[in-house]
Design a protein around this ligand. Structure first.
Ligand code: FAD
Length: 325
């Protein structure tokens, strides 16, 4: 991280909230569901679909889960009412995962059931390594109850990921649905890759393992070497826009909003130019749309966890043409 980036990390917590807000605005859809709906309506014309995230994560009491349950139920209702091409992403710790596993399972199940009534997919975002296994266990528990409209995120940087891919896909078979990303949390070298090149290589390897396992593979990276590798891997497996997924016969039914075995995912506000190009080439592209009142805490935590984000923000501010929303 350069001098400018590290200065931003040091200074942003001291900055007035409106300055942080100004920076965060690019990456958030607003504080309310209505604002998020407005953003999706505006960007929908660019050929992308969405996954909606209500900002907020680890909570300190189970009472706080009520807010997330109610808000996500409202998101599901709005997706149906406004016929938006969207699914939802949830953070299991916001549903009580680190407080009471049984309560978290019940909370998450009720939401997944409601989503399944409308054929809406639910992605369990992956948080830090304290909850990797329990998040996977939640998804497997839902599949064992016949709720197949749910899938986890795996992080390329974690050493355990190749094994997780084979273990999960063995249990959930053709209904396995992964999002693969590099991983936003900085973990130590005993459990994760730590260098840029190793993380890229490990993420690319994970993408190949997912494609070879037959799983639906949502590639969530803005990084050119990962996107380029993915395009080559898809092509060599006969996968691509408007081609039927060659890995499965037509009896594998996926949620209605899915692509032909894969899709590309981007964060709102990041590398819109790359996303639009993929979309123009016919690839299914999805934008992760966070909204909510917890934007300040969210921005600060992200920045502390991974100061590289400051570099991206600096670049986006100083050279906006490299990073159109
Ligand atoms: P990078 O090398 O970090 O970025 C490549 C280029 O993209 C940069 O040079 C820059 O131009 C641009 N860029 C990247 N990030 C930003 C930014 N914030 N602002 C401006 N420009 C930027 N991580 C998890 O741990 N768990 C999850 O559940 C999870 N879900 C995700 C969902 C989606 C849809 C996406 C896209 C990412 C998700 N991540 C998640 C984050 C991911 O793990 C990485 O931390 C993040 O995407 C940065 O890695 P990158 O592959 O995009 O490559």
């Amino acid at each position: 991280m350069g001098l400018v980036g590290s200065s931003i990390v040091r200074l942003l917590p001291l900055a007035p909230k409106f300055v942080v807000r100004w920076v965060a605005n690019r990456y958030m859809a607003g504080e309310t569901l209505n604002q998020a709906l407005g953003v999706m309506r505006r960007i929908g014309s660019q050929g992308a679909c969405f996954t909606v995230d209500v900002l907020g994560e680890e909570i300190s009491s189970l009472d706080e889960t009520r807010f997330f349950i109610r808000e996500y139920e409202a998101v599901l209702d709005a997706i149906v009412e406004h016929e938006i091409d969207a699914n939802i992403s949830i953070k299991p710790t916001a549903f009580g995962l680190l407080i009471d596993l049984k309560a978290a399972l019940d909370n998450i199940e009720s939401l997944i059931r409601k989503a399944s009534e409308h054929e809406i997919f639910v992605r369990l975002d992956m948080e830090d390594s304290r909850v990797t296994q329990s998040t996977i266990d939640v998804a497997l528990a839902m599949h064992s109850k016949g709720l197949t409209n749910v899938g986890v995120v795996l992080q390329g940087r974690l050493l355990r990921t190749p094994l997780d891919i084979s273990d999960i896909s063995r249990v959930t078979g053709p209904s396995t649905d992964f999002r693969i990303c590099k991983g936003a949390y900085l973990d130590s070298a005993d459990i994760s890759h730590t260098g840029y090149r190793e993380i890229v290589d490990a993420t690319n390897h994970a993408i190949d393992l997912m494609l070879d396992s037959g799983a639906y593979t949502a590639i969530a990276s803005h990084d050119t070497p990962v996107i380029k590798h993915s395009l080559e891997s898809l092509e060599s497996r006969g996968m691509g826009p408007s081609k039927a997924d060659p890995r499965h016969s037509s009896d594998v039914v996926r949620n209605r909003d899915k692509g032909p075995g894969y899709e590309f995912q981007f964060l709102l506000g990041v590398r819109g130019d790359v996303r639009r190009k993929l979309s123009d080439q016919g690839h299914r592209t999805r934008i992760y749309v966070p909204y909510g009142t917890k934007w300040y805490e969210y921005s600060m935590r992200r920045l502390r966890e991974n100061p590289e984000v400051a570099m991206h923000i600096t670049k986006a501010l100083l050279m906006p043409w490299t990073n159109r929303r």
